[in-house]
Design a protein around this ligand. Sequence first.
Ligand SMILES: N[C@@H](CCC(=O)N[C@@H](CS)C(=O)NCC(=O)O)C(=O)O
Length: 240
Amino acid sequence: MIDLYGISSPNVLKVIIMLEETGLTYDLHRIDIWAADQFTDEFKALNPNSKVPVIVDHDGLGGQPVTLFESGAILFYLAEKLQAFLPSTPQDRYATMQWLMLQMGTIGPMFGQATHFRSSAPAGQEYSLSRYTTEVHRLYDVLEARLSQADYLGGEDYTIADMATWPWAAMYHEQNGVELSRIPAVKRWIETIAARPAVVRAHQDWPSLVAYALERRASADPDKRDRLHGRGRYARGPRP
Ligand SMILES: N[C@@H](CCC(=O)N[C@@H](CS)C(=O)NCC(=O)O)C(=O)O
């Protein structure tokens, strides 16, 4: 039994997909990041970095509970635990890890910043929005080049690298003005993964999670919203 702490975010969806793919039993606990739930001592005991997703696997190493944050580490842990979705041959295994790292280190942060500057930044942030949107377009091209050569990011097989990248690639093309018809290999890969029964199941509660996020965001106290985004009285360091 696994406790998953999350909201409707691509980093959480990738873990839900893995849990559905592997058939593990889990409970999803909603964290209201707009009400600063992630900064409580209770949550920081799970993740000192105050972000979702986090899992607590009650049947972890040696039968003892394991608590893990960082979605890439969670996918890697579950893949090793179940010997699933991580190839065993060294070449494919490292290829999978390389694409997983690209998602964690670059795709997630760049797509995330583009979304932030599009939806939450005050006016006058055109430079930032343009910089991150350009990065998003460039990264779709990187995916297109890879997926023109291989069925999946790690090679022939569907792996945790695809699970990590798919939620970002599938959800953010439209708002960034990326035309899928221009990147047919990415389009094929998005559609193939979307049709997987586990991915369909992973979306069963998604509309309710999205509705929860929209409602919490709309009713957020302005000070808590500033805290979430590290601005206003929460901004630190030299001012520009
Ligand atoms: N690299 C982390 C990123 C986690 C992350 O940024 N989570 C966001 C939701 S997508 C969050 O918890 N935001 C709350 C906050 O920043 O206070 C991962 O992949 O797990």
